[in-house]
Design a protein around this ligand. Structure first.
Ligand SMILES: Cc1cc2nc3c(=O)[nH]c(=O)nc-3n(C[C@H](O)[C@H](O)[C@H](O)COP(=O)(O)OP(=O)(O)OC[C@H]3O[C@@H](n4cnc5c(N)ncnc54)[C@H](O)[C@@H]3O)c2cc1C
Length: 204
């Protein structure tokens, strides 16, 4: 859609936002500066600094989740299974069996602590004794989380043309389309499908 309308997609790391005198501002990137009348901050767990640059103090933190993908699990798990007691999920994927869980508060920059996967594997093996845990590929992801478990989908007060859309915690995939629609409506000045006050950056 963006490309069809003559737009351009640039994949560059942003370093900062400088507010402009009018609407929008300048996004300082590793590949130069981009002036924009409209800026939407949606950098997930990394959004806090950009929100602060834009003038919004948002207590964003990250809940880090881990999984391990077992390429040859040795057992057939046909549907996703959760162990409430063990605090993990077994999910069959095209590339193997994924064991996921855990919630770690360690900030956005700390390196992954893959030792957190070991207890999950031990508990999974207790539940499924024939599970082959050899060759597991570990992964860590950062859930962008706010203290009240609600995202910020909001203009920045005092910075016209700058909007925030992050903090969806455990449900960012589920809520992506709804958020995208709400942001599109807000920036276009259209009425939104839902009341936006609960998602305001000013609630903190
Ligand atoms: C283990 C785990 C399981 C999960 N399970 C589910 C689930 O079952 N259902 C569900 O709905 N959600 C789930 N989530 C949560 C979901 O993944 C997040 O809520 C969602 O990814 C947040 O989307 P986002 O676009 O805000 O952030 P992200 O997906 O993190 O995207 C942010 C993007 O910004 C980019 N970025 C960051 N900094 C910069 C920068 N300086 N310059 C340019 N780009 C930058 C990043 O590279 C990234 O592409 C899970 C998360 C984890 C960790």
């Amino acid at each position: 859609m963006i490309l069809r309308e003559g737009g351009e997609i640039k994949r560059v790391a942003a370093r900062a936002i400088r507010r402009g005198a009018g609407a929008g501002g300048t996004v300082v990137t590793e590949a130069g500066e981009i002036k924009a009348d409209l800026i939407v901050v949606s950098a997930g767990a990394w959004s806090k600094k950009f929100a602060a640059d834009a003038g919004a103090r948002v207590p964003l933190d990250t809940e880090r989740g881990y999984h391990v993908l077992l390429p040859n699990p040795g057992v057939e798990v046909r549907i996703p299974v959760k162990s409430n007691e063990g605090g993990f999920y077994l999910t069959p994927m095209e590339l193997g069996l994924r064991i996921a869980g855990t919630d770690e508060l360690a900030g956005v920059d700390a390196p992954p602590n893959y030792k957190r996967i070991d207890p999950m594997l031990r508990r999974a093996k207790r539940m499924v004794p024939d599970l082959n845990t050899e060759g597991g590929e570990p992964w860590m992801g950062r859930r962008p989380s706010l203290p009240d478990s609600m995202p910020v989908i909001s203009p920045v007060r005092g910075s016209p043309g700058i909007y925030l859309a992050f903090g969806h915690g455990h449900y960012g995939l589920t809520l992506a389309a709804v958020t995208g629609k709400a942001v599109a409506d807000m920036v276009a000045g259209r009425p939104t499908d839902m009341p936006m006050a609960p998602f305001s950056a000013d609630r903190f």
